[in-house]
Design a protein around this ligand. Structure first.
Ligand code: UDP
Ligand code: MG
Length: 347
């Protein structure tokens, strides 16, 4: 087979076999109502893959019955591994925990709510075989999400591209397949404030976009209301770029120009002896300059705060309990194994 040239990142691709072991990493926060749907879909999916499977469910400190449900599932199926985080650390950190524990040759990061369809993973594996190290899902449509959320997401990706990384793929969430090599690179980035898709873009390697239709949530509610989306955008902006700092310089320049203009005007008025009625302009300039200064100091403060948090070198997350971790994954589906056990017992 001739070596193909990767379209997007100009690497020479090296075809490789299907991953012998495939890991799925699924962060979960209050997803109790989703578990049954997820289980049905996953079992169906796993029947169709030839690779040895491992599913890492990361319970991100849920306050509902998620852990009971997934722990019960893990006792019935050894391919299901559960990480119980000591509290809620947020989606990005929970995903990181799952990626750290994954042992597959290829790892797929996917949400629990089945918004990212599992069959797309087959297409991702195809690309992996062609030699791509990162295959990310790019959304073509979003169903069942409010116009407000869609607009928010649209603006999010465009602003991120401007601020974070001009190569950051548009309309791409965390749903992606990552090769072992690329994952090892990613694992070396232990920054406290994490924006995984930006970090994966930073790691590089041949990357490919698979287009897909984003379904609506199978059950439950989004854990990313506007407030959290804005917080993620701010983390992305401040942990990836110094653009906000540059913005404060631009703000300073603009107010500087206004100040110079007002200064010239004051001198001009002075030359005609009309000095008293300057109070309004003085107030305007003082308030504009004052606010510009405060904004700049505030932005600077955000960066200093982040340096402070990073400098503490705390662990990113704590795992309080695991299920099935360390148990060697097995290829045969559970039904076959049960059948085998029965045969053994009877013989
Ligand atoms: N999630 C998590 N920790 C959190 C918030 C969310 O592990 O603090 C998980 C959640 O359970 C889901 C995924 O992250 O599997 C994406 O969240 P959600 O579907 O609510 O986001 P949306 O798709 O609406 O952007
Ligand atoms: Mg979702």
């Amino acid at each position: 087979m001739p070596e193909a040239q990767a379209r997007e990142t100009h690497h020479i691709l090296e075809p490789r076999p299907s991953p012998a072991r495939l890991s799925l990493v699924i962060p979960m926060y209050n997803e109790e109502v989703v578990v049954d749907f997820l289980r049905a879909e996953l079992e169906n999916f796993m029947r169709g893959v030839s690779a040895e499977m491992e599913v890492i469910l990361v319970n991100d400190g849920s306050s509902d019955g998620t852990i009971e449900k997934i722990a019960g599932w893990a006792t019935e199926d050894r391919r299901i591994k559960v990480l119980q985080l000591s509290r809620n650390f947020g989606h990005q950190i929970a995903s990181t925990a799952g990626l750290d524990y994954a042992t597959g040759d290829a790892v797929v990061l996917i949400d629990a709510d089945l918004q990212d369809p599992l069959p797309v993973v087959h297409q991702m594996i195809e690309r992996y075989r062609e030699g791509y190290d990162v295959v990310y899902g790019q959304r073509e449509a979003r169903q069942g999400e409010s116009a407000f959320k869609r607009l928010g997401a649209w603006a999010f990706y465009r602003v991120m591209r401007l601020m974070v990384y001009k190569d950051l793929p548009l309309d791409t969430g965390d749903f992606r397949l990552i090769s072992r090599e690329c994952l090892e690179g990613l694992k070396r980035m232990r920054e406290t404030h994490r924006f995984l898709r930006g970090m994966v873009a930073w790691v590089g390697y041949p990357q490919f976009a698979v287009k897909y239709q984003r379904a609506s949530r199978v059950a439950g509610e989004t854990k990313y209301p506007l407030r959290r989306m804005l917080a993620l955008a701010w983390t992305a902006a401040t942990s990836f770029s110094t653009v906000p700092l540059k913005l404060s310089i631009i703000l300073g320049l603009i107010t500087g120009i206004v100040g110079i203009e007002e200064g010239c005007r004051a001198l001009w008025e002075f030359s005609f002896g009309r000095v008293v009625p300057g109070w309004t302009s003085l107030m305007v300039v003082t308030s504009v300059v004052g606010s510009a200064l405060l904004i700049s100091v505030g932005i600077l403060g955000q960066y200093v705060g982040r340096i402070y948090e990073q400098s503490k070198e705390r662990p990113l997350y704590l795992v309080s309990r695991t299920f099935n971790v360390g148990v060697p994954p097995i290829t045969a589906p559970m039904t076959q194994l049960t059948a085998l056990a029965e045969i053994e017992q009877n013989s």
